[in-house]
Design a binder for this molecule. Structure first.
Ligand code: AMP
Ligand code: MG
Length: 323
């Protein structure tokens, strides 16, 4: 049985969703980053349904979500001091830690890697759902592979209609972009796999050391499989266009930074996002969803400055605009 409609999260609907998860079915649920598409992380057959629903390649590992920090030990084999330190500072919250995985986690969750990403989300509905299910939840973003992440239940309903048992509506995602992903070695060395809602500089302050980007290994395999150059993209071609540059011809929409662009044609749709990284991230995907429309031949977006505070937003914009 599948659905195309979201239901408001209540104790009753959360209990029903938890029963679906225990029965091996998929449930979309809100988190503070973006909406997730969850399955019982301990059940390989349930996790397989995620890859089918999203049309996601098996090589792209999933993040496992827990509701209580002590449950991390059931998911990972090692818990270096750096993990403890980062968990204390950033959990619950938008930080994913990739660590050597425990045997409880089936290979399909982690794309056959010996490591697994684990996160304790802050959203109360996410935590209530994980607790009610009584198992960790493997959950990527609740959208088709490579496409825009959902920050509202309506976005999920549009992209995964008929492919999930339930969609829980818990309001708009607060952070609005995906979690920061770090890898932590057995020796406790921390590297950045994906910039996200927790800034690199916040992590560096807690650890007292610089955090570099993860490097490619000698075999040439990517440090974080699943991080494709094109990702998080609308269907409509997205171009990054500075305020000084002319807009493309034809029908399209403009996403401006901070203030409206003067002298625009009357029939052009413009959305102005705030010139503050957190506020911008919160509104970005919803803005892209709202102008990603067959009537538009292009979406032009005025890029934010190349500054550390904008690292995660600029990463997503580069991928979304990648051909
Ligand atoms: P998402 O699709 O937003 O859930 O993000 C999951 C991403 O986290 C994957 O595509 C990888 O880039 C990264 N990731 C998750 N698990 C691992 C892992 N074990 N090793 C490296 N990267 C991982
Ligand atoms: Mg995703």
């Amino acid at each position: 049985m599948t659905t195309s409609h979201a239901v408001v999260a209540t104790p009753e609907t959360i209990a029903l969703a938890a029963a679906h998860l225990r029965a091996g079915d998929l449930v979309a649920f809100p988190t503070e980053t973006v909406y997730g598409l969850g399955a019982n992380a301990l059940d390989a057959a349930a996790v397989e349904k995620i890859f089918i629903a999203k049309r996601r390649p098996r090589s792209s590992p999933l993040i496992v979500h827990i509701a209580d920090a002590q449950d991390a030990r059931k998911v990972v084999r090692l818990w270096p001091n750096a993990a403890e330190l980062l968990a204390r500072h950033f959990w619950p919250g938008p930080l994913t830690m990739v660590l050597p995985k425990s045997n409880a986690i089936p290979a399909i969750v982690s794309g056959d890697l010996d490591t697994v990403g684990v996160r304790l989300p802050e959203h109360p509905v996410a935590r209530a759902l994980i607790r009610a299910a009584g198992v960790p939840l493997a959950a990527p973003s609740a959208n088709e592979f490579m496409q825009l992440s959902p920050t509202a239940a309506s976005h999920v309903a549009r992209s995964l209609a008929g492919r999930v048992a339930m969609i829980l509506d818990g309001g708009n995602s607060d952070a609005g972009i995906e979690s920061t992903v770090v890898s932590i070695s057995a020796e406790g060395h921390v590297e950045l796999l994906r910039p996200g809602a927790v800034r690199r500089e916040q992590i560096e302050r807690v650890l007292g050391t610089a955090v570099a980007d993860a490097h490619w290994d000698k075999q040439g395999s990517a440090p974080s499989p699943g991080m494709h150059e094109r990702h998080y993209a609308p269907h409509t071609p997205l171009r990054l266009v500075s305020r000084q540059s002319p807009l493309p011809d034809g029908a399209g929409a403009l996403i401006s930074l901070g203030t409206a662009r003067p002298n625009l044609p009357n029939d052009l749709t413009e959305i102005v996002l705030p010139a503050y990284p957190e506020a911008y991230a919160r509104g970005l995907y919803a803005a892209l969803h709202s102008v990603d429309h067959p009537d538009h031949a292009w979406i032009a977006l005025e890029p934010p400055p190349q500054q550390p505070a904008w690292e995660a937003v600029n990463d997503r914009l580069r991928r979304a605009a990648s051909p």
